[in-house]
Design a protein around this ligand. Structure first.
Ligand SMILES: [Zn+2]
Ligand SMILES: [Zn+2]
Length: 662
């Protein structure tokens, strides 16, 4: 009897495969059940290996229990994408596989991979093509549909230029060639509107895939895609490796959006993984944005990406004007200056809508004692508690712990307790009290928690006449609000003075995106940016509204300073119940990195939120001139850490190409 040996990826947090044997040949990428300790787990065959001599004599190698499916989970290009991701992000391979296997298939002997049945035929509903394409749209479609192999394109379309229509035409082309396509959006909240645009355009099933669906529902979409029963899938980052049969195109909408980055567990960028996938599949990929990331613009400069522009708006109007309002000598009510409130009043008097943007949810971000200066903070994290009026609680935005509001200071017993600052709830309250007859609609994480809540809010906004929308980032993303003719940005200064990675890139994208939400049907739209730094050079450059010019200058600066995207960065994150364990581990790391060529390490530094859920958090900032250097050094570190007793006392992780240092 023949015995075959396999390296198998099992979903446990170890950076290795495990060897098992079996009496038949099994294809790479197949799911199998394996004994693991006292449990039986699902594993994926990674490779067929030679008989391992040392171990086998004692026959300690266990046997695979059974093969779960007659089909593989992932065909070659997807399988290779997973291997790449595990290597690039230095993350345990079993966990990477598990990230992209539908939940229902992560359990032993439960579901099998087989067709569902019901083949979708796609036809175009010509009646949906209501408008003629603009010249820019037409030329973009022409250029992009010529690309048939791996060759990434940036679709730079100013807000309101009709990028979605270009996507629809490319989809039509793709379906005509009997191929399938994947469209990625950064947020679940953005899926309904894109989904309905595709449903309006095509007869045939459109697949939807995101984490707020049931696991059974997601499995169904995944299986239908795998067996070619559906050929269009719209989804968030978890769908980046959707096994679409005969895939011919990937579209990434709002490619600059930080939400493509998963920041918990397996930290990866769905945008970057999608690009890798399209390379391995040898298919075109289109990255759309009105505010492309510096990383993408760098690749355009290097001629690795092609830039296709849509510079004219569908309605032919000019972009909104951005105006700064100096608030240094203005008293603020609910974060708003008097001039701001006057401008809001003038706008709603004309029957138009106003969008008020504040990057902070809750009511008041500070709860402070006038007697001794005590500030309410979370016991488990080093963050100030935010008062939420709707729940009558002080909430930690880090761990979501809720605390009762006390009437006496816990330190000095004074009753002189005050709320300071403004969040969305406070702005909402002030506006409601000021403009009694005008609906004030709040859009933030708290008001959109329930399934369907966001759709209901968008519907309410569209059906209202004059109204005031108050919200966080959510309002800045993708949605069109044609009746908005004034946008107000209350706390842009946070972005100007922030120590965060790419703070300015994020701020410029935010300001341009917020201004893009406004007044699509109106020529008089304007954006007021309240600021204490009206002379700031960067702010004035962004204010000009020329995003590409600002981004180009930022690229020049980053190039001179060797900052990303011109260098590669990894945050070695570390957390433990004591500060000492962190510093001992990280200092030892710094020491062994000091003689590595092409790599520099800074730290240990406390993270921006230096305590979270009871653990102290520190990091070391590792920078390398090349991705390959960084990868080599990280591999070396993994081997070292395995040997160190110091690493057993902490929880460490790599955050490669990080987007924040929180
Ligand atoms: Zn006090
Ligand atoms: Zn907390």
């Amino acid at each position: 009897m023949n015995i075959f040996y396999y390296d198998i990826a099992v979903s446990i947090p170890l950076r290795q495969c495990f060897t098992y044997k079996f009496d038949t040949k099994i294809k790479k990428g197949t799911r199998v059940a394996v004994p693991f300790g006292k449990r039986v787990l699902v594993g994926v065959i990674v490779r067929n290996i030679q008989k391992p001599d040392a171990l086998d004599s004692k026959s300690t190698i266990k046997s695979i229990l059974n093969i779960q499916d007659s089909e593989t989970v992932f065909e070659k290009p997807l399988f290779d994408s997973i291997i790449w991701a595990s290597e690039y992000y230095q993350h345990p391979i079993g966990e990477v596989f598990n990230t992209f296997i539908p939940t229902e298939l992560r359990k032993v002997d439960k579901k099998t991979i087989k067709p569902i049945g019901g083949h979708s035929e796609y036809t175009v509903k010509e009646s949906d093509k209501k408008f003629e394409l603009t010249l820019d749209q037409e030329s973009a479609v022409k250029k992009l549909s010529k690309v048939k192999t791996f060759s990434p394109s940036l679709l730079y379309g100013v807000t309101g230029s009709g990028k979605t229509e270009v996507y629809l035409r490319l989809a039509e082309q793709c379906l005509k060639e009997d191929k399938s396509l994947l469209i990625l959006v950064p947020e679940i909240n953005l899926t309904p509107q894109l989904f309905s645009r595709f449903e309006d355009r095509f007869n045939g099933d459109i697949g939807l895939y995101h984490s707020r669906q049931t696991s059974v529902r997601r499995l169904k979409t995944w299986l239908k895609a795998k067996f070619g029963e559906i050929r269009i899938v719209i989804g968030t980052r978890s769908s980046v490796l959707m096994p679409l049969k005969n895939i011919g195109l990937i579209i990434i909408d709002e490619e600059h959006d930080q939400s493509f980055r998963q920041s918990e567990g397996f930290k990866f960028s769905a945008r970057d993984l999608a690009i890798k996938r399209s390379q391995l599949e040898n298919i075109p990929i289109v990255l759309g944005s009105a505010t492309p990331s510096l990383q993408t613009l760098k690749l355009v400069r290097e001629k690795k990406f092609t830039q296709v522009d849509i510079l004219s708006r569908v309605d032919g109007r000019k972009p909104p004007k951005l105006i700064t309002l100096d608030i240094n000598n203005s008293p603020l009510t609910g974060g708003m200056a008097l001039e701001t409130i006057d401008a809001i009043e003038a706008t709603i008097k004309k029957g138009n809508q106003v969008l008020v943007f504040i990057n902070r949810r809750g009511f008041a971000p500070l709860f402070e004692c006038g007697g001794c200066g005590w500030i309410a903070d979370c016991h488990a994290c080093d963050t100030n508690l935010v008062f939420h009026q709707s729940r009558d609680r002080l909430i930690c935005h880090r761990c979501e712990s809720a605390y009762k509001v006390t009437s006496n200071c816990p330190k000095c017993s004074s009753r002189d307790l005050h709320m300071h600052g403004a969040g969305t709830e406070r702005v909402e309250e002030v506006l409601e009290n000021t403009f009694i007859d005008t609906p004030v609609i709040r859009v933030d994480q708290d008001s959109t928690k329930k399934v369907g809540a966001m759709e209901a809010i968008v519907e309410k906004i569209h059906s209202s006449d004059s109204a005031i929308l108050v919200g966080t980032q959510m309002l800045a993303k993708g949605h069109d609000f044609p009746k908005v003719t004034l946008s107000v940005i209350l706390n842009a200064d946070n972005g100007l003075v922030s120590p965060e990675i790419n703070a300015l890139e994020k701020l410029s994208q935010l300001l341009i995106q917020v201004s893009g939400r406004a007044g699509r049907n109106n020529n008089l739209a304007k954006v007021i940016i309240q600021t204490r730094y009206p002379d700031d050079i960067n702010l004035n450059e962004i204010k000009s509204g020329d995003y590409l010019s600002f981004a180009s200058q930022s690229l020049d600066k980053n190039f001179k300073m060797n900052h990303p995207p011109f260098s590669s960065i990894c945050l070695l994150r570390c957390s433990s119940p004591t500060q000492k364990s962190n510093s001992v581990f990280l200092e030892k790391t710094i020491k062994i990195l000091s003689n590595k060529p092409g790599v520099s390490a800074i730290g240990p530094l406390p993270s921006l939120i230096s305590k979270s859920k009871g653990n102290y958090r520190h990091h070391v900032y590792i920078q390398a001139t090349k991705k390959t250097f960084l990868n080599k050094v990280l591999k070396f570190l993994v081997i070292e850490f395995d040997k160190w007793p110091e690493s057993k006392k902490v929880k460490w992780s790599f955050d490669i190409d990080p987007v924040d240092i929180n």
